[in-house]
Design a protein around this ligand. Structure first.
Ligand code: IMP
Length: 191
């Protein structure tokens, strides 16, 4: 059985391919010759994940799953949320995004935040969604060089180090994306 993972990130694809049952062959967007930007216009993380999976089903005919992730900060009513990639502007620069977030939180009492990943799966005419959440807090300064995005200013609950200071293995064990992927794999194991 063939299933599209709506990504062009070969690392993500290989990682998930290693975890899914052997009879499921994952295809990337490149594999199905989808080169256009898929619309992400719903205004929510879950909505955008569903929109991407639906787009592939409608325009390319494949069963598909798509993911969308954002950082939701309690004192900012869930911002940057669905706008996480371009919080500081269309340049989509991680350093600018973190600088803006630190400035927004300067006088706030709460620094509670969580990463949220939603995976939407269209399979055999049904839609399933899987949500992975990693709770934590935003630090007052950037720490560490590993990872990407907001990792240098996010400390998971119970940790003294940021995501940019711990190993990728450790981040995957406790992280939002890993949790959502595990639910997807559990579901696909029944196929
Ligand atoms: P995407 O939906 O996976 O492309 O994620 C959207 C944006 O959320 C990224 O551009 C990053 O700014 C942020 N983000 C997603 N996952 C992570 C993560 O694991 N660590 C830090 N930032 C992340």
């Amino acid at each position: 059985m063939q299933l599209v993972f709506a990504t062009n990130n070969q690392n993500k694809l290989r990682e998930v391919q290693a975890l899914v049952p052997k009879h499921i062959k994952l295809l990337s967007l490149e594999d199905i010759l989808c080169i256009e930007d898929i619309p992400e216009t719903t205004g929510t993380i879950k909505g955008n994940a569903i929109q991407k999976a639906e787009y592939i089903k409608t325009h390319y005919g494949y069963d598909c799953f798509a993911d969308d992730t954002g950082l939701e900060v309690e004192a900012l009513n869930g911002a940057p949320g669905v706008d996480s990639a371009q919080y500081a502007g269309p340049q989509r620069n991680a350093d600018d995004n973190m600088t803006k977030l630190l400035a927004q939180l300067k006088n706030k009492a709460s620094r509670q935040a969580h990463f949220k990943t939603v995976i939407a799966l269209y399979i055999n005419g049904n839609l399933e969604t899987f949500t992975g959440i990693c709770k934590g807090e935003i630090t007052t300064k950037k720490h560490g060089k590993k990872g990407f995005g907001y990792d240098p200013i996010f400390k998971a609950e119970g940790y003294t180090k940021t995501f940019a200071e711990i190993s990728l293995d450790e981040k995957n064990k406790i992280g939002h994306r890993g949790k959502a992927v595990n639910q997807l794999i559990e579901f696909l194991n029944k196929y």
